[in-house]
Design a protein around this ligand. Structure first.
Ligand SMILES: Cc1cc2nc3c(=O)[nH]c(=O)nc-3n(C[C@H](O)[C@H](O)[C@H](O)COP(=O)(O)OP(=O)(O)OC[C@H]3O[C@@H](n4cnc5c(N)ncnc54)[C@H](O)[C@@H]3O)c2cc1C
Length: 467
């Protein structure tokens, strides 16, 4: 039943919830936002932040940005079967040896493998559908709220290059089918337009090249602008404030949430916790669904000659695979920000990642920078290690995001979203659309596409109730 109560608490202030909050403000909700991290406007260390503010200040929208990472028979992800068997230095995804995985982590991995190829193909299609529909919402938003998107180094169009011709052929067909392919460049055109790739071509690592639809921007600047907008609207922000659980009665109705150890009650609740939920969702079906997959960043100058497109590089191999290269300005200078890599870190509640765990992924990213941008790498060599950053993406065993709704007292609702793997930024407007619809009691495709039990076999069926 519909509730007139407009008071909603939003837990987690990463990009996914900030975009939802923006559209809830448009619907005149009374907003309180909580995050356990310090304010992103403070001088706190980036390691204290979630994925959005902890990583680099860049993100890309593309039709394939969120993807299905367990399509067992696909060409692009053909090696996923062994990813959770091996550590990063053995060409796998594990940051710790397999023997050190906890029981919940083993169950998550079992769930990953239990998705059958037919289901996986469907999930892949659904993920692309969400990306594409989100793209349409991004376009409307960018047109309607121009002030929000000014001075963000917004750049349209993605140059996609592939080290292997076979991978390129598959990707070309996919992007053509999705309506994302703009132009295929043959070698001659590619090297004429982008002489920077002459050296990599000489090493045989330029298997194909195309331009595709998409855009890049400075995500942290956009997020901060949304926070300013929300503060001007009257939203209240509570930083350094920790949520630790959902209280439900015997009938499963949400009584409130535990914040800094106390029960707090609101009309509605929206939770999107990134990769650090730990066990705080243990009274919901989303419990143990979202684990963390680490990625790293580095920055080099954009020189010799300056690149004019943000890029995605698909390199054959396990650790690096796709690298996003985003063109922005830092202190007035043009730079290339490279982000890439996969390191499964399990179900953490905080950032406990050490340098050793990062090293294999970071080395692979450095290798990509050196292979594809040799002059820029050389020029930035002295400072490159000081630009190293990482963050942990929220990831589910099915690669689908999650969207769970629980009834709350007085016809209120508690909604859990997130787990959008490599495309949380990309999918955020469509998730926001699903949140607004849910609060209006309108159905939305995401409610069923991202249902937390979809494709899940191993995890507990009945969530625990805490009286
Ligand atoms: C290297 C790399 C490159 C990427 N590139 C892209 C890209 O180009 N395009 C794209 O679409 N996506 C990209 N992603 C993925 C994207 O960054 C993430 O999907 C997205 O940032 C996740 O946002 P979120 O809001 O779900 O989580 P977060 O940003 O992690 O936000 C969750 C928030 O919840 C808070 N929180 C957690 N637990 C609690 C609690 N118990 N109490 C209170 N607060 C809590 C955290 O402090 C955090 O601020 C990339 C990721 C990586 C690692």
């Amino acid at each position: 039943m519909y509730s007139n109560n407009k008071k909603i608490v939003i837990v987690g202030t990463g990009i996914v919830n900030l975009v939802s909050a923006y559209f809830l403000a448009k619907e005149h909700y009374d907003l309180i936002l909580i995050d356990k991290a310090p304010s992103p406007f403070s001088n706190s260390h980036w390691k204290e932040q979630g994925c959005t503010f902890g990583g680099e200040n860049v993100r890309m929208f593309s039709y394939t940005e969120a993807d299905n990472y367990n399509e067992k028979d696909s060409q692009l992800y053909s090696k996923m079967d062994r990813a959770f068997e091996n550590t990063i230095d053995q060409d796998g995804w594990l940051v710790r040896a397999k023997e050190m995985l906890s029981l919940p982590e083993q169950e998550w991995i079992q769930d990953f493998h239990s998705v059958n190829p037919e289901e996986a193909r469907q999930f892949g299609e659904d993920i692309y559908t969400v990306n594409i529909r989100s793209g349409a919402l991004w376009e409307t938003w960018i047109t309607e709220a121009q002030g929000l998107f000014e001075d963000l180094d917004f750049r349209r169009g993605i140059l996609r290059i592939y080290s292997e011709a076979a991978d390129f052929d598959v990707a070309k067909q996919l992007h053509s089918r999705l309506g994302s392919l703009v132009h295929v460049l043959d070698k001659e055109e590619a090297l004429r337009k982008y002489p920077v790739f002459r050296k990599v071509n000489a090493t045989g690592k330029l298997g194909g090249c195309m331009t595709a639809k998409g855009f890049t921007l400075k995500v942290q600047d956009l997020s901060k602008r949304i926070i300013w907008y929300l503060m001007a609207y009257g939203a209240k922000f509570r930083w350094n404030t920790t949520f630790s659980g959902v209280q439900r009665d015997q009938a499963g109705v949400v009584k409130g949430i535990i914040v800094d150890g106390e029960l707090e009650q609101y009309g509605h609740y929206l939770l999107s916790l990134g990769a650090y939920a730990g066990t705080s969702l243990d009274t919901t079906q989303s419990n143990n669904l979202v684990h963390g997959v680490l990625g790293v960043w580095l920055t080099i100058p954009n020189v010799h000659p300056e690149l004019n497109y943000s890029m995605k590089i698909h390199k054959a191999g396990h650790v690096g695979e796709d690298t996003n290269v985003t063109l922005i300005h830092q202190n007035g200078e043009p730079v290339l920000v490279l982000g890439s890599g996969y390191g499964y870190v399990g179900n953490l509640t905080e950032n406990r990642i050490g340098n050793d765990e990062l090293e294999g992924i970071y080395k692979s990213l450095k290798n990509t920078a050196q292979t594809y941008f040799p002059e820029a790498y050389e020029e930035g060599a002295a400072t490159i290690d000081s630009t190293k950053r990482y963050c942990v993406r929220p990831w589910t065993p099915t690669s689908l995001g999650i969207f769970e709704t629980l009834p709350a007292l007085d016809n209120g609702k508690l909604i859990i979203t997130g787990g959008n793997n490599t495309g949380g930024f990309t999918q955020s407007p469509y998730i926001a659309d699903a949140v607004v619809s849910q609060l209006k009691d309108k159905t939305h495709p995401v409610h069923s596409l991202f249902h937390p039990k979809r494709g899940i076999r191993v995890l507990e069926e009945i969530p625990k109730v805490n009286g």
